[in-house]
Design a protein around this ligand. Structure first.
Ligand SMILES: CC(C)(COP(=O)(O)OP(=O)(O)OC[C@H]1O[C@@H](n2cnc3c(N)ncnc32)[C@H](O)[C@@H]1OP(=O)(O)O)[C@@H](O)C(=O)NCCC(=O)NCCS
Length: 137
């Protein structure tokens, strides 16, 4: 499979991305506009392209000093196990030397271990109000 990893958001059809995320059961409710905004507002993004289609995503929230959070790591179903997500995550990690990077995963520990992550306990979380406030649109 020929693919390239890009760190810019030019030319993305976010409606198509949302459709593909839904087909993989990985749509967490953002509108195409909200997907776009969440990527724009990130410290770094990595998009995998095959031809004119986005086939993988990842983004990193970071303060540029010490703390970062990896989210939205996804490779389109039929293109998995080609090294796409590994390439995206490596690209994102390269943008934050010296940072402590955390992420949340239920099923992909071995994948993240292969990229240098180790499990840790002690995570806590809260959703402020309702996830994606239904009155937002
Ligand atoms: C997790 C996910 C992002 C991995 O994407 P991917 O592009 O398949 O990732 P990679 O190809 O880089 O690596 C995946 C596995 O394929 C293996 N692999 C990589 N290149 C390979 C190749 N050429 N041939 C065979 N296997 C290969 C890797 O070793 C890795 O194995 P591991 O999971 O046992 O460590 C993908 O499965 C996905 O999108 N899942 C649904 C969304 C999700 O759960 N995201 C993670 C949220 S935390």
């Amino acid at each position: 499979l020929k693919f390239s990893i890009r760190s810019d958001l030019a030319g993305i059809d976010w409606g198509a991305v949302k459709t593909d995320l839904a087909m993989d059961d990985f749509d967490n409710g953002r509108t195409p506009q909200e997907l776009s905004r969440s990527f724009e507002n990130s410290h770094a993004v990595a998009l995998a392209w095959s031809g004119d289609r986005v086939i993988g995503t990842g983004r990193l929230l970071a303060d540029g000093v010490c703390n970062a959070y990896l989210v939205d790591v996804w490779t389109k179903g039929e293109h998995r196990r080609n090294g796409i997500a590994s390439a995206m995550v490596r690209r994102l990690l390269d943008s934050v030397p010296g940072h402590h990077v955390i992420l949340q995963t239920d099923h992909h520990e071995s994948f993240y271990r292969s990229l240098g992550f180790t499990p840790r306990s002690g995570a806590m979380e809260v959703v402020v109000g309702t996830w994606l406030d239904p009155d937002r649109i």
